[in-house]
Design a protein around this ligand. Structure first.
Ligand code: ACO
Length: 329
């Protein structure tokens, strides 16, 4: 089966900045409590006129624009659109279909959303690979987008301090196996440690057993990472950057201390992004691309974990190595 790689990325940033001090005016909390336990100083949430749809359109639109400029890829070249979200504006149409409509993407391609919470973007990449291998098209658009502020109980200080809004997207390319390593390790352990909505509870808000989630995360992150490396057949030192779901700096700190991969290879933006669930990995990638941290030919290790409970690891290439080699010549 062919592999995929990421060619370009884009992100949509919600415009309203909410600091820990702002939250302390709404619930009984403080920066002194939040920052040491989570690593979060501030987060972005949707402002006037913004929604999960506008954020997703912005992120996907930017990834596509860069694809046009850098690689000459056009709308009609796109072979699938796969979105990851738990906070789509409507149960149906899917968020992906709304993005397809807004960006005038082709009609005769599969377009769908995936619900795997914070592992959603990694799941969506693997789903997109399967779809491209099946329909023979070369390019796909994959995104994660969330407006979690809509699903929060703003009186619940155990959750409203953690979650935020945002979107990130990647333009991917299907390539022959030999061209670039790829490994995708997807897993789930059914459980209700993090829930949101549903007919059984009649509670529309995100609720979470924080301690259980912490234990789950630190256990499964190494499993997902090692699983992906093993499936890709590459050693850990081949990885240029590790992008973990930005859930909580303490979880990441714990994982980094135990990992053989050097700390400086772990990207972190939780302090200003908060936890944006399915959007966290792709928007981190887009931020890295904007900051010039990604080089053509880099090998990335993505790790997601979250509600479901789901977890997922992926080794995936960024850019066309050939493009970097040409630049160097
Ligand atoms: N401000 C002040 N006090 C608070 C707050 C707050 N925001 N939240 C809870 N407290 C209080 C509690 O009421 C409790 O008080 P008590 O001892 O008088 O009862 C005390 O602080 C300790 O509460 P705990 O829930 O035990 O706090 P804990 O040390 O476990 O930290 C946290 C909570 C930060 C959520 C931690 O459990 C954690 O990091 N869990 C991982 C959660 C996570 O990252 N989830 C997202 C990943 S999954 C996904 O992305 C969907």
């Amino acid at each position: 089966m062919d592999h995929i790689r990421i060619l370009t990325t884009g992100r949509g940033i919600a415009s309203r900045t909410v600091t820990n001090d702002d939250l302390s005016k709404v619930v009984d909390t403080s920066d002194d409590w939040i920052y040491p336990r989570t690593g979060i100083h501030s987060r972005q949430i949707c402002g006037e006129g913004e929604s999960v749809c506008t954020l997703a359109e912005e992120a996907v639109g930017k990834a596509l624009e860069k694809g046009k400029t850098r690689f000459g890829i056009r709308e009609e070249d796109i072979g699938c659109v796969v979105g990851a979200t738990i906070s789509g504006a409507t149960a149906t149409p899917s968020l992906s279909c709304l993005v397809q409509q807004a960006l005038h993407l082709p009609e005769q391609i599969p377009v769908l959303d995936v619900n795997a919470a914070c592992s959603g973007f990694v799941y969506a990449l693997e789903v997109a690979r399967g779809l491209l291998c099946a329909n023979g098209k070369r390019y796909g658009l994959v995104f994660g987008a969330e407006a979690l502020s809509r699903l929060l109980d703003w009186q619940d200080r155990t959750t409203c301090i953690l979650f935020a809004d945002g979107a990130g997207a990647a333009l991917i390319e299907r390539v022959p196996e030999k061209e670039v390593p790829y490994g995708s390790f997807l897993a789930a352990r059914g459980g209700t440690e993090i829930v949101c909505g549903g007919v059984n509870t009649e509670d529309p808000h995100i609720r979470m057993d924080g301690k259980a989630v912490f234990r789950f995360a630190v256990t499964v992150i190494p499993v997902a990472a090692e699983g992906a490396l093993s499936l890709a057949g590459v050693p850990a030192d081949a990885i240029s950057h590790v992008i973990c779901h930005q859930a909580n700096a303490r979880i990441l700190g714990h994982v980094m201390r135990k990992s053989t991969i050097p700390r400086e290879k772990f990207f972190q933006n939780i302090s200003t992004a908060g936890n944006t669930s399915a959007a966290s990995i792709p928007s981190a990638l887009a931020q890295m691309e904007e900051e010039g941290l990604l080089k053509e030919g880099d090998l990335l290790l993505l790790v997601g974990f979250g509600s479901g409970l789901t977890y997922a690891g992926m080794v995936i290439g960024y850019g066309r190595k050939e493009a970097e080699d040409e630049k160097a010549e």
